[in-house]
Design a protein around this ligand. Structure first.
Ligand code: SAH
Ligand code: F3S
Length: 481
């Protein structure tokens, strides 16, 4: 989150400021999309008021929580393995309680307690405010479950603590849930119906981040372009809103503009965009405000009309190309990235070729590519046979990954010789002598540290590149400092 599923982040545990009055220890580990990492910050914030300080030593913890992901079978298997490890520790330390949060909790509900005997607590993504009660229950020796999905909950009133933050970039969640019902996707079942957060609470959170020295935010949601605030409630109930509510409603383009104007020096990103909901207004708003970054994560999943239809993606290949053409026209410098699925039911060799030719047309800057994994309860699982053999899925996946690698390299080469503004995030993983940051397009840039510091905007001339990284030299501060 980045969109997304940052493999380096998977399973990270989170630590926040310690409150001296707290005497219990919480260990919290997160998997999956950035929304989960963001939710873990909300959970830690709620539990810090219940006497818990976070720890990075799982063995020491009174309460071990794992924020789970259900998006593919592999994600769930990883978490089952982690639970085995927790089980071994619990045998040595029987006082330790184990809780499962997030999408897998929502999907399996109390079945979790039967299947995984070590689990004491099961909490779905909309029930975190009930944690104080649920923790009391387990303290008294009872198992506790709350997996009720909500029409209103956006956690807008909870100020999330920033866990393991670099102090420079932060995520701000703006919508929860998803109404799109892509036929392969478990998210609408695990995260409920789509609702938007009050723009005022978003602006307050962004201002607070700026005051604390943050320089970049990513507005977060499963489908941010669908954001719609009309005083609260589900997106699907907008038709029933009053005339005044409709006239004063705030859509995503409006929200972007509000945030961009309120914090003119803060870099603004957003993720994820769904092609069917992205409007020209959003693209024009990006063009009108220098502080909105030139980067759109625009998953397409397939290049074939037949597969797009079977996936219930509500646009055609031609409409996607039209959107891409508009982005290129209005924002010539904009980077675009994709998510792609290979081997969706009925996918033929021709469908796969259509995906490759769509990629050839767009030449994405980055990509996140997956083999189809059938998920229980989805329409695809109920109505379609998972009929593409595993080896064919894998071969097609390799082909699109290789093509993406070629395009990524083509894109990074376009930056050679240019001087670009980079926000410094921290030390490069490969060298203590170099800073790592990102340009507006979200491409990683590394350059010698000299006297620059974390959190500064620096102009960097790009001298060299790999398919994923730009290598350059600073030529001075940018005027954004
Ligand atoms: N709108 C969301 C999508 C979440 S899922 C967002 O914020 O990004 C992230 C990606 O996982 C999807 O875009 C899709 O490419 C992939 N994905 C989802 N369900 C999948 C499945 N059943 N099998 C394989 N990949 C899947
Ligand atoms: Fe999933 Fe489609 Fe929503 S991929 S999260 S149902 S936009």
């Amino acid at each position: 989150m980045e969109k997304i599923i940052d493999e380096n982040q998977q399973g990270n545990s989170l630590v926040l400021q310690q409150n001296k009055n707290n005497n219990r220890k919480l260990y919290i580990e997160s998997y999956g999309c950035q929304m989960n990492f963001s939710d873990s910050e909300i959970v830690a914030s709620i539990l810090s008021k219940e006497g818990f300080n976070t720890t990075q030593e799982m063995e020491d913890a009174d309460l071990v929580l794992v924020n789970t992901c259900s998006i593919r079978d592999k994600a769930e298997q990883t978490i089952r393995k982690r639970l085995e490890k927790f089980n071994a520790v619990k045998r040595i330390n029987p006082k330790m309680k184990v809780g499962v949060l997030g999408c897998m909790a929502e999907r399996l509900k109390d079945k979790f307690l039967e299947e995984e005997k070590i689990v004491d607590l099961v909490v779905g993504p909309d029930a975190y405010k009930d944690l104080p009660n649920l923790v009391q229950e387990i303290d008294q020796g009872r198992d506790a479950v709350n997996v009720i999905l909500s029409k209103e909950e956006t956690y807008g009133d909870i100020s999330p603590v920033r866990l393991n933050s670099n102090g420079v970039s932060a995520f701000v969640s703006i919508t929860r849930g998803c109404d799109n019902m892509c036929t392969f996707c478990v998210v609408p079942f695990t995260r409920g119906r789509e609702r938007s957060r009050d723009p005022q609470s978003i602006l307050d959170e962004v201002r607070d981040l700026w005051d604390r020295g943050f320089k970049e935010i990513t507005l977060l949601g499963q489908n941010v372009d669908s954001y719609l605030w009309y005083g609260g409630g589900l997106k699907k109930d907008f038709a029933k809103a009053t005339d005044i509510q409709k006239a004063t409603a705030v859509n995503f383009a409006n929200l972007l503009e509000l945030v961009a104007l309120a914090q003119p020096k803060m870099r603004i990103r957003f993720s994820t965009s769904n092609p069917q909901d992205m409007t020209l207004d959003v693209i024009h708003t990006m063009a009108a405000h220098k502080n909105i970054c030139n980067y759109i994560h625009l998953p397409v999943q397939s290049g074939s009309d037949a597969i797009l239809k079977a996936m219930n993606r509500l646009h055609t290949r031609a409409e996607y190309f039209e959107l891409i053409d508009n982005i290129r026209k209005i924002l010539p410098e904009c980077a675009i990235s994709q998510d792609m699925i290979t081997g969706f039911p009925t996918e033929t060799e021709q469908d796969h070729q259509d995906t490759l030719s769509l990629m050839e047309y767009v030449k994405y800057d980055f990509g996140f590519m997956f083999a189809y994994s059938e998920r229980p309860g989805t329409l695809a699982e109920r109505k379609m046979e998972d009929d593409v053999p595993e080896d064919v899925k894998k071969r097609r996946l390799t082909e699109i990954i290789n093509l993406q690698q070629k395009h990524s390299h083509y894109r990074t080469q376009q930056h050679l010789g240019k001087t670009e503004e980079v926000l410094i995030e921290g030390t490069s993983k490969k060298s203590d002598m170099h800073w790592m940051g990102r340009n507006s397009q979200n491409t990683v840039v590394v350059f010698p540290k000299e006297n620059y510091n974390v959190g500064e905007f620096v102009n960097v001339t790009i001298k060299d590149c790999t398919s994923a990284t730009l290598i350059g030299e600073a030529v001075g501060y940018s005027d954004n400092n």
